[in-house]
Design a binder for this molecule. Structure first.
Ligand code: BES
Ligand code: MN
Ligand code: ZN
Length: 505
């Protein structure tokens, strides 16, 4: 899908634009947007509103064909709701509805004349970004594992945003950024949707190598021997039951100044989580192929920042392996020594994400990071706490960490890829006490996502750190089962803001 921006020619106006379909907004109470007024040459749009065929409620649509005095073959009326300026939520519903109609039209090109500059507290750049993300989301397909590919999709392939003077150049840059984000999300979704017999740790490593080649990243893939030499006893305890070799991937995008401390992303890459000897129940176990979505979001974010040529030093680190039961697998009660030297009693082999992440979090100390953000499908408890809308955000509570948390929350809000802050407190750390080791790997049922974060916190004392639990947001279950591409928009926007020297707003 192709996006471009076109300033409106004041001579011919909107009515002179030749396109398969032009989308314009209408409000509730039969009110026309400025663009709709311009196209209402012979009163066709007013008549449609009057007839009650479209209410103007956000996300409603009505397609009009061959309207008198208008060059476009079709006009799509799109409801923007009641409020002016338009609320963010209503604008997003409107672009999602536009995307749905465009996807099934018998036209190959379309134009969007929605009021990009009239969204409350947002600018044309924000609106263009939201529209591109909605369009790309609606056109995503995954059929690489079907023998018969879905027939080549009809629908609009070329989208032009019609913007007025000042908005046009801001929208242009935003469209390019949003396209890079969407390309990153597509990669993250593809990797998530691939089954674990294809998307193995080796497959993730090869994907990282390909990205490095395409975008000029530095890359290192550590093999089992090197992982052993680093004494990552905790990571190695998870891979023990598996026949697939583990990998430890390090990607470097050094787009900033040489001496600038890097921002580090660490992604959980469990390509399948059976639970190990603490075996998971059978129902829905297939969804544990998504347990590498943290890793996939790091790769997707690198795809995006590579395409953007982001001026920031960013390092991505991915510990990846399978969590399998076998005669060689870790057993409940086993005690392992992490790279940090701290010992861990594995009371439940299904709490494996923290076991691979803790060694990666120790490893990244060597980069003297400006900040470290880990991303993980870490706990079912996070889904219970926050559902599928918000990613769980955890940090310590001091000024530096409050600032990092605000940066991440702001980036999430800007892209609709939202997070919600959760606590880390000593009171919860108590739950990780072990009689036999420095800590246990589980803290019991109460506050399960918090005790998981508290476990990780013990390995992050040397830098500023945040943890994103994406168990509820990385994929959808049910009829629309599939990876969402989250939190690539949040992460990429967070890095973009850092590159622009913008801290949290
Ligand atoms: N990958 C799972 C977390 C998960 C579960 C994500 C369900 C999405 C949906 C993780 O490795 C896990 O199994 N966590 C356990 C932890 C427990 C044993 C303390 C969980 O959440 O049940
Ligand atoms: Mn698990
Ligand atoms: Zn897991």
């Amino acid at each position: 899908m192709d996006f471009s921006i076109k300033p409106i020619d004041p001579k011919t106006g909107l009515a002179g634009i030749k396109t398969g379909c032009i989308a314009v907004g209408v409000f509730e109470d039969k009110k026309l947007s400025q663009a709709a007024k311009e196209l209402d040459r012979k009163g066709d749009i007013s008549a449609a509103l009057k007839s009650g065929d479209i209410t103007g409620k956000a996300g409603t649509t009505l397609l009009l064909r061959a309207t008198a005095g208008v060059a476009a073959e079709r006009i799509l009326l799109v409801g923007l709701g009641k409020d002016e300026p338009i609320t963010e939520k209503n604008f997003v519903s409107a672009v999602q509805a536009t995307a749905r109609v465009f996807a099934s039209l018998g036209a190959a090109d379309g134009a969007i004349a929605l009021p990009l500059e009239d969204v409350k507290a947002r600018d044309a750049a924000w609106s263009a970004c939201a529209a591109v993300l909605a369009m790309r989301d609606a056109s995503y397909r995954f059929d690489s594992t079907k023998s018969k590919k879905e027939p080549a999709q009809g629908g609009v392939r070329k989208v032009t945003f019609l913007a007025s003077g000042a908005g046009a150049s801001a929208a242009k840059a935003a469209t390019a950024q949003a396209t890079a984000i969407a390309n990153g999300m597509d990669l993250t979704r593809d990797l998530g949707n691939l089954p674990s017999n294809i998307c193995t740790p080796t497959y993730l490593a090869n994907t990282a190598k390909k990205l490095a080649k395409d975008f000029g990243f530095g890359i290192e893939v550590l093999e089992r021997k090197q992982i052993e030499a680093l004494k990552m006893g905790s990571f190695l305890s998870v891979t023990k039951g598996s026949e697939e070799p583990p990998k430890f991937i390090v990607l470097k995008h050094m787009g900033g100044k040489g001496k600038d401390a890097p921002t580090v992303l660490v992604g959980k890459g469990i390509t399948f989580d059976t639970g190990g000897i603490s075996l998971k129940p059978g129902a829905n176990m297939d969804e544990m192929k998504y347990d590498m979505c943290g890793a996939a979001s790091v790769l997707g974010t690198f795809r995006a920042i590579g395409e953007m040529g982001l001026k920031l030093n960013v390092i991505g680190v991915i510990p990846t392996c399978e969590n399998m039961p076998s005669g060689r697998a870790s057993k409940p009660g086993d005690i392992v020594t992490s790279m940090s030297g701290q010992t861990i009693e594995i009371l439940n082999t299904d709490a494996e994400g923290r076991l691979i992440l803790c060694d990666a979090l120790t490893y990244v100390e060597r980069f003297k990071p400006a900040a470290v953000v880990d991303i993980a499908t870490l706990t079912g408890a996070c889904v219970t706490a926050l559902g599928h809308h918000n990613t769980g955000l955890f940090t310590r509570h001091d000024d530096a960490h409050d600032e990092l948390a605000d940066e991440l929350l702001t980036a999430g809000k800007a892209t609709g890829d939202t997070a919600w802050r959760m606590p880390i407190e000593d009171a919860y750390q108590e739950q990780l006490k072990s009689n036999f080791a420095d800590m246990a790997n589980i803290g019991g049922p109460p506050g399960g996502s918090i005790t998981a974060a508290c476990f990780l916190e013990r390995y992050t004392k040397k830098y500023t750190w945040a943890h994103l639990d994406i168990a509820g947001t990385a994929w959808k279950s049910g009829a629309a089962k599939g990876a969402t591409g989250r939190p690539v928009p949040l992460l990429t926007t967070f890095l973009l803001n850092r590159a622009n020297g913008k801290k949290a707003a």
